[in-house]
Design a protein around this ligand. Structure first.
Ligand code: EPZ
Length: 493
């Protein structure tokens, strides 16, 4: 197993391109099951979860060619007799559930192993099943597998309510929306997830011939069609990766430019960061607004920045005067006027301010950035409060941050973080994808060496994270766990 060894106290500086979105790409890959024609997806990130999904699709009769120009993946469903997503694959990746709706709609039948809980919570799929049942599917659970079967004439459009105790469901909306594209008549999904990944999926499905309106709002309307065809589509950039890099810039008192940044999907994040003293400024000439952290005229240009709350070495750094340039280094397209593909510069004030944040479904603050924000707020000047409303137990990073000298108290689904002047490097354990990202951020700000174990969690959602951070100035190495343990033992002797 791999670990990251991080020497903290190095300021991040430079330019990085945000990759295509993992969580948009996963249901879009599964959508290739809705047609026998080729579907090409571009800017698909090279990640463990994506490789697992391609492997699963292969087992379901859908061939794929990955690693093409522009990060393209070309898929084609060639054998529709294979409809069993086995436990061995599903247990490695919960997003396997995305294959359920497409197989049901196109093949009339599917058997998908029931995903279990994971480090961030129980994660039921009752809403997915309720939605598919509303379209007429017969749903049964046997020996850990979900069996769904369409009625003899095929699925029938219906009004489906997808709200649950914790809001709507992202992948549940993806499943029902995908299935409804081939149902007879009209389907209305009420309390649909409004996440940008759902909008992207709807755009792909429409490019394949579906008739979907309202994606991005709580009511999505789908007019069923006879069949879908192939398409060539570029996945949106990853808003969670972008938010993670923004917080990496802030926690190291750095100065980063992010290209291909989906600003339109990040308003709650930039708003929260602005309240902390982190400035995210687009490098284009588009009009600015006053509430989202853009163009705030905060006078931070050229100020003396950072007496080492993030730099264990206590060195003061000066943020260079801000130069607004136009254009983007995005290799695929000219993105000047696309709010989902901006170039932005991230800088921060010398002292971070505490904030109160509640994670919520989109457009609220995303649960997938909660751990990274928690890491950042350990160094704010005062008490911050984070309440987790999507996955109330998603706090496994807290115990690890405590090991690094953070002051955090948990009460149910809320944590109170009392900012400290500095973190101290320590061996810590990654427990899930985003918790790992939070620990890497903390390690880059801490004094001394942090060893983050089990980075395979991180590899599920961040492509070559250590290389990209190193190119921005971080001191971070991927090493085998045994080597890292040996180094620790030598250090201790
Ligand atoms: C998606 O998971 C993402 N995964 C998650 O990202 C993300 O944290 C989550 O949405 C919330 O934004 C992918 O897109 C692959 P949900 P999903 O169904 O769709 C409850 C990451 O780190 N619920 O929207 O599985 C559920 O327990 C991952 O990249 C039910 O009660 O999440 C939770 O409290 C982690 N019944 C809430 O709804 C259901 O049938 C939202 O879950 C389904 C969900």
């Amino acid at each position: 197993m791999d670990t990251f060894v991080i020497e903290g106290g190095h300021r991040l500086f430079g330019r990085v391109r945000i990759n295509g979105s993992k969580n948009a790409a996963l249901p879009m890959l599964a959508a290739a099951l809705l047609t026998d024609q080729p579907v090409t997806l571009r800017d698909v990130p090279s990640l463990a979860d994506i490789r697992n999904m391609l492997k699963l699709l292969g087992e379901l009769g859908c061939t794929s060619e990955a690693g093409l120009v522009d990060g393209a993946v070309r898929l084609q469903s060639t054998d529709e007799s294979l409809s069993h997503a086995r436990y061995e694959i599903v247990k490695t990746m919960r997003a396997s559930i995305c294959t359920l709706g497409p197989m049901l709609a196109r093949r009339g039948y599917a058997r998908v192993s029931m995903p279990g809980g994971c480090a961030i919570g129980d994660r039921p799929v009752d809403l997915h099943l309720r939605g598919l049942a509303a379209l007429g599917a017969q749903v049964t659970l046997t020996a850990g597998d979900i069996y769904v079967k369409a009625p003899p004439g095929g699925l029938v459009g219906a009004t489906v309510f997808l709200g649950g105790s914790f809001g709507s469901t992202v992948l549940g909306t993806a499943n029902v929306m995908s299935a409804a594209t081939l149902a007879k008549g009209t389907t209305i999904i009420e309390s649909a997830a409004c996440e940008p990944e759902i909008v992207d999926l709807a755009n792909l499905l429409n490019a394949m011939g579906a008739k979907i309106t309202g994606a991005g709002s709580p009511r999505i309307t789908i007019q069923g069609v006879e069949e879908l065809h192939g398409a060539d589509y570029t996945v949106i950039p990853d808003r969670i990766e972008a938010g993670t890099f923004m917080m990496a810039a802030a926690i190291t008192n750095g100065d980063l430019t992010l290209d291909n940044c989906p600003m339109d999907a990040l308003l709650s994040v930039t708003y929260t960061l602005a309240a902390c003293g982190v400035h995210v400024q687009p490098l284009t000439s588009l009009p600015v607004t006053s509430t989202n952290g853009f163009g705030h005229g905060n006078g931070h240009n050229g100020h003396a920045n950072g007496n080492g709350y993030a730099n264990g070495n206590g060195v003061r750094h000066r943020t260079p005067a801000l130069t607004i340039t136009s254009g983007s280094s995005d290799p695929f397209r000219n993105t000047d006027n696309d709010p989902m593909r901006r170039s932005v510069r991230v800088t921060c004030d010398r002292v971070l301010r505490p904030v109160e944040v509640t994670t919520q479904p989109h457009p609220g603050f995303p649960t997938d950035l909660q751990a990274q924000l928690a890491a950042l707020l350990t160094l704010a000047d005062g008490n911050s409060v984070i309440t987790e409303r999507i996955f109330p137990d998603r706090f496994l990073h807290v115990a690890e941050l405590l090991r690094m000298g953070a002051k955090v108290i948990r009460q149910g689904s809320t944590i109170v973080i009392s900012g400290v002047r500095g973190l101290v490097g320590a061996p810590v354990m990654a427990s899930d994808l985003r918790a790992s990202a939070g620990l890497v951020l903390a390690g880059m700000a801490a004094q001394g060496t942090t060893v983050v174990n089990r980075v395979y969690h991180l590899d599920r959602g961040y492509e070559r994270m250590e290389d990209r951070l190193r190119s921005l100035g971080a001191c971070i190495e991927r090493v085998d766990e045994k080597v890292a343990m040996g180094a620790e033992a030598v250090g201790a002797s």
